[in-house]
Design a binder for this molecule. Structure first.
Ligand SMILES: Cc1cc2nc3c(=O)[nH]c(=O)nc-3n(C[C@H](O)[C@H](O)[C@H](O)COP(=O)(O)OP(=O)(O)OC[C@H]3O[C@@H](n4cnc5c(N)ncnc54)[C@H](O)[C@@H]3O)c2cc1C
Length: 367
């Protein structure tokens, strides 16, 4: 591992859909590889924590098939080949990303984990320093594309640490087989919670807990129109510096085939959150006790941005005020796959938009 400081004009953190899109557009706009052409006027490099291509798709649970994902948008300029709907997304998507990387050859270093981004000095147009477990980079701008998978939300409930059964997060879930025959609490009101509840309820006794009464859309979801409206609402929130909620908190729940299957099986009989966890189960809101063998915390994810903490980007409410993909208070940092661009199509567009701005920025010219 090199300890010498290296230089690039733009450094992209993460090589999921968002980071690959940024890399694709940087190359198209004439940024050279900081690895093979470090003396070029404008260079870039991508640092990715994974051992191979695929971003977070490498880790999706085994039973999340291509038929049950919400719909994956192609990487820029690279149509997906036909994929068997029964194939696991964790195999099919990384293979497609790998083919994309072979075809477009972005300068990716992996596995490299970025640990901190700091300002080199007080000059607001000066360099940023990117610290990683493979050394330091001195750069003019950072495009952060680190997704959410590495930042699972794990709520705290009294007595949680005393539970004698198994506790797992969506991140740890593999398939319903491992929970067959047991009594399982599924906590959470999002898409993953319902998908996993549906699967687990086929072979286990499940109890579904959510903080709020889940709201299912009565009418059919019109992805074009309602998707656009949702994105605008999320965009307004991040531009106002608000902390954003889950997708479902904006859209409501959709009667997908798996939600309907869960309903038919009686698995959607929602309970209010339990008040405490005890060694052998949970204490219900009404004071009764429910014995359990496992608790699945399907409680979602938040943007994985801890390495940006030294920059102090958050406001008093904990949000980051954005202007498009750029952080309002720190124009050298772009966040993509964040807020309104937290989807495969959003990640593509955000990568393009961030690079369009960076290519036009004066600091992009000189290193
Ligand atoms: C369970 C689940 C299912 C989803 N299904 C869909 C779907 O069907 N359709 C859809 O459009 N969207 C879906 N999404 C949303 C999805 O997150 C986005 O669509 C998109 O894939 C995210 O791409 P990304 O590049 O932002 O992040 P990721 O794919 O998470 O990539 C981030 C990359 O950054 C790397 N990284 C993170 N931290 C660091 C660090 N400090 N240093 C270096 N590298 C780092 C990671 O290792 C990873 O390679 C789903 C999300 C979840 C959680």
């Amino acid at each position: 591992m090199s300890t010498a400081e290296r230089r690039a004009t733009v450094l992209v953190i993460g090589a999921g859909q968002a980071g690959l899109s940024a890399g694709y557009h940087l190359k198209r706009r004439g940024f050279a590889s900081a690895l093979t052409d470090p003396a070029a006027a404008r260079t870039f490099v991508v640092l990715d924590a994974e051992a191979g291509a695929g971003g977070a798709w490498r880790h999706r649970w085994e039973s999340l098939r291509m038929a049950t994902v919400n719909g994956i948008f192609d990487l820029p300029g690279f149509p997906r080949p036909p994929i068997d709907p029964a194939e696991t997304s964790r195999a099919a998507v990384p293979r497609y990303f790998e083919d994309f990387e072979k075809a477009t050859e972005p300068p990716i270093l992996r596995p490299v984990n970025v640990t901190a981004v700091t300002r080199a000095d007080a000059d607001p147009h000066g360099d940023l320093l990117v610290e990683s477990d493979a050394g330091r980079w001195r750069v003019r701008a950072v495009v952060n594309a680190t997704g959410t998978w590495n930042n699972p939300v794990l709520p705290r409930y009294p007595g949680q640490e005393t539970f004698l059964g198994r506790q797992l997060h969506t991140r740890d879930y593999v398939s319903a087989d491992e929970l067959a025959g047991s009594r399982v609490a599924v906590v959470g009101g999002g898409i993953s919670a319902i998908q996993q509840l549906e699967e687990i309820s086929r072979t286990a006794t499940t109890y579904w807990y959510t903080r709020r009464e889940p709201v299912f859309l009565d009418a059919e979801f019109r992805p074009e129109e309602e998707g656009r409206r949702t994105i605008e609402r999320v965009r307004a929130d991040v531009e106002a510096g608000n902390v954003t909620g889950s997708v479902v908190s904006y859209t409501g729940l959709i009667w997908t085939s798996y939600a309907l299957a869960a309903k038919e099986r009686g698995a959607l009989a929602r309970r209010p959150m339990f008040t405490a966890v005890e060694p052998r189960g949970v204490r219900e809101a009404d004071g009764s006790f429910t014995p359990l063998d496992a608790i699945l915390w399907a409680t979602g994810f938040k943007a994985a941005l801890r390495h940006l903490d030294p920059l102090g980007l958050r406001n008093a409410r904990g949000g980051i005020t954005m202007r498009g993909t750029r952080v309002a208070a720190e124009p050298r940092v772009h966040l993509i796959g964040f807020g309104p661009s937290q989807s495969t199509v959003g990640a593509n567009r955000a990568g393009r938009d961030a690079v369009r701005e960076l290519a036009g920025a004066t600091f992009a010219g000189a290193r």
